[in-house]
Design a protein around this ligand. Sequence first.
Ligand code: SF4
Length: 407
Amino acid sequence: MPPDPDRQSRRVNVRTPEVMERVQAEVAKHYQSSIVEKVRARDGVLTIGNTTIRLARQFGFCYGVERAIDLAYASRRVFPDNRIFLIGEIIHNPEVNRQLEAMNIVSLPWKEMDGQYDDLTPEDVVIVPAFGAPISFMDKVESRGCRTVDTTCGDVMKVWKRVRGFARDGVTSIIHGKADHEETRATASRAAGDDGKGHYLIVLTLADVDYVCDYILNGGDSESFRARFNGAMSEGFNPDRDLVQVGVANQTTMLKSETEEIQRRIREVITRRDGHADNFLVFDTICGATQERQDALFELLKHTMNLLLVVGGYNSSNTTHLVEIGEKELPTFFIRSAECIVSLEEIVHYDLHRKEEISAYSAAFSTDEHVVVGITAGASCPSNLIEEAILKVFELRGIEASAVHAA
Ligand code: SF4
């Protein structure tokens, strides 16, 4: 949709000092944990009886998520009587999204716009999540005259700046990310450039990259190429024309080692094709928070542990990568809440390979010997959920909550 020059942007700033003071108290009440703070203060280790909990040095809420939640809470305070909508989910955590629903903040579809978008009025407030939203959604909300509270993380906007720059220079963006992830969809819409003529291709796996590299070097059947990347490329993408100059960017929450490997393979194939790497550009756009959580997990894995619990929403990209790192080293369970730790023998968790929640037997947990349980959590996981997991582990090991509080 071309920009409407008469459209008035109605972005509102809800972060006034009085509002934020009250909001931060409310957010702290909902999501903070005294036990997590206590364990952090002890270098991440809490031993009671024959059980030790080891927390990663960095885990849980990142600055972008904290800001997005603060702004959502502030929106309700500033507009107590207005209808407030949210494009999709504020972040990928069911607990947080439940709290927002309880504040009557209504989630709108994020994949396709439906009639609810046509029914928006200038009195409505629309919150844009931390992942951002595609340009077409922003245009629609603006055209309905709504007030918008934009919580898009600054790190996501840095990626947009890069891909917009690629489009301006006639460079195709190759985006390492998940084509059906909110952030990548938002980024892809910017990769089309301000005039909508730019091109992009989204790759997820190394197999995708090898396919693209083979095409860059040897050419191939463009129809088969388009069929393979259906839904993951710009409109009218032509691999014979649009893979000459490429710039790699990534969803902010990808696995760093994989993103680096993707960059390496594409650079190598372009250098082989052209005899130089001038037609290859790259900007590492993994955000600091994702990086810190991955690094902290690698540190944690240097310790001997019986099992690892990764707490977070199953659709959270950065959490998924923590699970991938952990499961290479020890029994690792991706749990959405403490409820998943059913007993010493059974943990319900999300199996990344089967892509479903399953019930797993964990012999590592039920021994009478001393057990060390590692715990980490993605950037969208609040501390209260981590506290519940800690308490559940101790409870199943015969240690009451009062002992944990008193420790
Ligand atoms: S994970 Fe990174 S990009 Fe996403 S909200 Fe947090 S800081 Fe921002």
